[in-house]
Design a protein. Sequence first.
Length: 314
Amino acid sequence: MDVDEAADRLYGMVPEEFTSARDALAKEVKAAGDAALAKRIKALRKPTVVAWAVNRTARERSEELGRLLDLGRRLRDAWRAQDADVLAEAGRERTPLIARLVRYVREEADAAGHPLAPAADLEIEQTLDAAVVDEDAAEQVRRGTLARPLSYSGFTPAPVVRPAPEPAARAARQKPAKTAEKAERHAGDEERRERERREAERRESERREAERRRIENLENALAEAERAAQEARRGRADWEAERTEAEREHERRTAKVEALTAKLAKAKDRLNAAGHRLEVARREEASAERAARSARLRADQARAALDEARSAHE
């Protein structure tokens, strides 16, 4: 087993079973001698209800979800190729497909006895949108191992502006004159149109080059943003793992303090009982001492009276 297999098993469970199953699995793996894997399993976070519902849909409706993920792949490819036709087509498919999947997620949650609140729709939509535009998010959604809903704040693929088609007048300008007389009459116009054509081609070439540079800059910015987002996700995951470990350490220390507090309370009770016993013993000892002194006094008095009586008798 590796951590991916463990995650696949755990994130398929309902949320209330996750923690106990995760801890039991980590204990089993640790007992088998793989402490490092046990620690990684222990760091897996319990999914929210919305994340669990999306995970369940990924398992139960993989074909429908696959259509959205395939759409995302086509959308990203079209963005890189700056294919406006494919971008427009994918954009038309995107909204109804996500709406349909939101409904499926709700149906799966209802079927499992965990109906979602109305506000959950936004988190589901944001998660599915992230899967469309981000490859890492798409993989997480496909595997069904989300712990939290996703969101995406980077560059979103959008259609590009295609250059306008060349005017139909160009074709007309390229038609040869029907007669030499007509060609001679319009020779000056033809030269002017030729100059205009070359100037238009020059401007078009410059425009295309500027558009190419703009697209290249956008692609570079997108790549940089994706790298930054990936780095941020890794940093967030590291600190999430650190926070999880700190929470577990805090829980252990809290439990230990509570246990020691309970022991201290019991010890104080026993101390109070011993103090009460000591007080009673001291009081009774003093009473017994007084009684002993009184008895000794009476005995001394009786002995003296007896001695006196014997002396008189003699």
